[in-house]
Design a protein around this ligand. Structure first.
Ligand SMILES: *Cc1c(COP(=O)(O)O)cnc(C)c1O
Length: 375
């Protein structure tokens, strides 16, 4: 039985031309024309004036945290429902994450919970917003709260390249924004990230820090701790090729979501992940939740699909439930089961690989539907 995958790289051939050129000109290094071109392409696409290509989205987040001036024991607000890579860079600097619950509306950071966090901790050093599964957070509200408190905003747009909110690209609302090009993301470089910023000098600073913080002197001189976070010119070549297909990838991801939504529309127990009504989603991953009164569990659906060689994934397990982060404060609007935990308990990610065929989709849908028919 053919294996159906969740989300894997989709290459088009164009990527090889850029790599070929890098080999032919011996630009096999963490700098070169592909790096410059990739930075320009991404910046132009998202509407930023510059961008710094880095070794990973996590590295880009770490530099964002540094640029925001986050130091030991500073507080940073970050959503609980995200991937650990959002929170880890806060801890690299020995700062203190305060985990914020989600809203049902978008599954992203709840503005009401964020306000509540500001009441308890009036002086955080930064706020990090995440656009989960490609769906934009409510940026008007989050930006207004950050502005009111004069706190820098970092946007983890690792999953949401190409998603807009009120016509503007996610990742460009904050003081700092990052995208990931990990193998499973909407486009990939095999691994990599990029940082954009409201101020060009911050992008310049990120580039400086990513290149071992070498002062502009002839001899090797350093007055700051640096990092080796540059993107290689080979990797950037893959990115240059992929950028030409980003639009195509997004269209296909949107179609996948629509097919699932349509196919499950008559099953009351199934709800697809909510999209931001003020945005246009890249639909990176299609997810579903099962209503709490159903006898069907996400584990049961995942087991049934896995038995047929179909790959699924649970929803990100909230950070306030992680052994490594559970000691940090968690802010929710109402007592009782948090929204993030509820989504985690009732949800799963469906195969969203753009190479999956119509027949693959039918196979997946039939198995999911069968679980609910048996009740
Ligand atoms: C993938 C991802 C990251 C990390 O990106 P890498 O390029 O894998 O380091 C960060 N945050 C979120 C929400 C992600 O999904």
């Amino acid at each position: 039985m053919k294996k159906i995958l969740l989300a894997t790289p989709t290459m088009h051939g164009k990527e090889r031309q850029y790599i070929q050129e890098a080999f032919e000109t011996n630009q096999v290094a963490p700098l070169g024309s592909n790096v410059d071109a990739f930075e320009d392409k991404v910046a132009a696409y998202v509407g930023a004036s510059s961008a710094a290509a880095l070794s990973s989205g996590t590295a880009a987040l770490h530099l964002s945290v540094l640029l925001a001036g986050v130091k030991e024991n500073d507080i940073v607000f970050v959503p609980s429902l995200t991937f650990a890579a959002s929170v880890n860079p806060i801890r690299y600097e020995k700062a203190i994450p305060v985990l914020i619950d989600s809203e049902r509306d978008t599954w992203n950071m709840d503005g009401a919970a964020l306000k509540k966090a500001f009441e308890k901790y009036p002086h955080p050093k930064a706020v990090m917003a995440v656009h989960l599964y490609g769906t934009s957070a409510h940026m008007d509200e989050i930006c207004a709260i950050c502005k009111e408190h004069n706190v820098p905003l970092i946007e983890d747009a690792a999953e949401s390249l190409g998603t807009t909110y009120k016509g503007k690209m996610t990742g460009t609302f904050g003081d700092y924004g990052i995208y990931s090009f990990n193998g499973n993301k909407i486009i990939t470089t095999s691994g990599g990230g990029i940082l954009v910023a409201k101020r060009d000098e911050d992008v310049e600073k990120a580039r400086f820090l990513s290149r071992q913080a070498r002062d502009p002197a002839r001899h090797y001189q350093h007055s700051t701790i640096g990092y080796n976070y540059r993107m290689s010119n080979i990797v950037a070549g893959i990115g240059c090729g992929q950028m030409g297909y980003l639009k195509d990838h997004i269209e296909k991801k949107r179609k996948i979501y629509q097919i699932y939504k349509e196919a499950f529309s008559d099953i009351k127990e199934i709800e697809m992940n909510p999209l931001n009504k003020d945005g246009a989603d890249n639909n990176w991953l299609s997810c579903m939740t099962i209503s709490s009164d159903s006898n069907v569990t996400p584990a049961q659906v995942m087991d049934a699909l896995e038995a047929e060689n179909i790959e699924t994934r649970p929803i990100w397990k909230p950070m306030h439930l992680q052994p490594v982060f559970e000691k940090y404060d968690f802010i929710q609007v109402e007592d009782g089961m948090s929204v993030s935990e509820d989504i985690f308990n009732r949800g799963l990610c469906l195969p969203s690989d753009i190479k999956n065929t119509k027949e693959d989709m039918e196979r997946i849908i039939k198995i999911v539907r069968n679980q609910f028919r048996q009740q």
